[in-house]
Design a protein around this ligand. Structure first.
Ligand SMILES: [Zn+2]
Length: 438
């Protein structure tokens, strides 16, 4: 940056430092901070004054704000924060695929979720300290959300120059189980213990007894691990405070240790049976939290994919055979099986669902034996899958299972499925008739 433009800043620094540094030296330092360390000018001024022992109180980062001060729907906000997490996700906007980045940012006051709607040239990762200019805010589910749109300017700062940011833990955030996200800091949830059992693990070479299980409220279920014995009992309703959220294979999990608080709650709460079923969730919502276990979604079966229907599996590795050939074991005597691979879309998003034999039989009303008989009669293995595709496509199905987010998109291994009641019976009958007739 040109020296002349820096002159007023040099004078300001000089006033704060007295005779500790000549104006020439200050100019040199300032230029280095701006050009080499790529600090913003307010940040550079502050760090020089700090470095040479001046009073920094007059050197607020002007327009810069603390995250806790941000309000919803601010069109332009500037701040310095530490990147706590960064995840990429492909989304579809008006039919166009694009990649966005999301995660959490933190400063001394709080941590907030962010979304970057343009990721081209955006190179930020966990642990980076960044100066952000021109972000905007929205409110989502009662929480401030920071957005990086097309007016954004982001600069990575050197933590050794500006000092690392100690991200506030703050009091635990009270959240619903369905609202748990990775890197939220301390959280507090209230839920019913659906299951709990002790488990032996090894921590730094030492055996340790931990307690893991499932806790649920009306918004969802989550697997937990208690690293200390809180005498948790199945069926009890508890408030768990100072827990943290980690993600395992994209699915949030709750973890708490002796620093946590667990108290029994004596108030009306849904029964274990009600909670086990879980609410119907939006696919986009589950996707945004990186997945979930025992999630129920409802949508249209947009596409019954190839490899559905009657398939042959390798007797050794259980892989589906391609024309009688296993990728690993060559030509083998196949073991028949039924499955459905489908794309389920609820308008907010789509998930690739896999139904095993039991669920395929439940959904179609066709047993493996009937499918085999049909294939034998028609001397065509694929006829079953084609018929299932014809009858199931565009039907509305409610599917429960573990929903995972991976680089290929969202996928769910179902453990229950149901067609919309008015769709179910006639279709199953039609399918049976199709398979039996002609
Ligand atoms: Zn095999």
């Amino acid at each position: 940056m040109e020296i002349e433009k820096l002159a007023p800043h040099v004078q300001e620094i000089s006033r704060a430092l007295g005779d500790k540094l000549s104006e020439e030296q200050i100019a040199e330092e300032l230029q280095k901070c701006v050009d080499v360390y790529r600090l913003s000018i307010p940040m550079a001024k502050r760090s020089i004054v700090k470095k040479y022992g001046g009073d920094v109180s007059g050197f607020s980062l002007t327009s810069q704000r603390k995250l806790a001060e941000l309000r919803p729907n601010e069109p332009v906000v500037d701040f310095v924060a530490k990147v706590l997490s960064s995840n990429m996700k492909e989304i579809s906007v008006k039919g166009e695929k694009k990649t966005i980045m999301f995660g959490f940012l933190g400063d001394e006051t709080t941590s907030l979720p962010y979304t970057a709607w343009e990721t081209e040239g955006l190179d930020i990762k966990k642990g980076d300290v960044i100066t952000v200019k021109g972000a905007y805010t929205r409110e989502y589910q009662g929480r401030i959300q920071i957005n990086f749109g097309n007016r954004i300017s982001i600069r990575k700062e050197d933590p050794s120059v500006i000092g690392d940011i100690q991200v506030a833990q703050g009091p635990p955030k009270v959240v619903t189980i369905g609202g748990l996200r990775e890197s939220m800091g301390y959280v507090e949830v209230k839920g019913r213990i659906l299951s709990v059992e002790p488990r032996e693990v090894t921590v730094q070479g030492e055996p340790k007894k931990v307690f893991s299980g499932i806790v649920a409220d009306e918004t969802g279920k989550v697997q937990f691990t208690a690293w200390s014995d809180f005498r948790l009992k199945q069926g009890e309703v508890v408030r768990i405070s100072k827990a943290t959220v980690k993600a395992w294979r994209g699915v949030p999990q709750l973890s708490f240790d002796e620093r946590g608080d667990v108290t029994k709650v004596k108030e009306k709460f849904p029964s274990a049976e009600e909670l086990a079923k879980g609410p119907v969730r939006m696919i986009s919502e589950v996707s945004a939290m990186g997945g979930g276990m025992d999630v129920t979604v409802r949508g249209t079966l947009l596409e019954i994919r190839e490899g559905s229907g009657l398939i042959m599996r390798c007797p050794e590795c259980k892989r589906a055979l391609q024309k009688g050939v296993c990728k690993l074991h060559g030509r083998v005597e196949g073991v028949p099986d039924l499955r459905i691979k489908a794309i389920l879309d609820d308008g907010s998003g789509a998930v690739s669902v896999v139904l095993n034999r039991d669920l395929t039989e439940k959904l179609t009303g066709v047993t493996l034996e009937e499918a085999m008989q049909t294939a034998k009669d028609k001397m065509d293995l694929e006829v079953v899958g084609n018929m299932m595709a014809d009858t199931l496509a565009l039907k509305v199905a409610t599917v429960t299972g573990s929903l995972r987010s991976d680089p290929y998109g969202l996928s769910m291994i179902a453990n229950d499925v149901e067609l919309k009641a008015e769709d179910a019976k006639p279709e199953a009958e039609k399918l049976l008739a199709d398979l039996g007739g002609a």
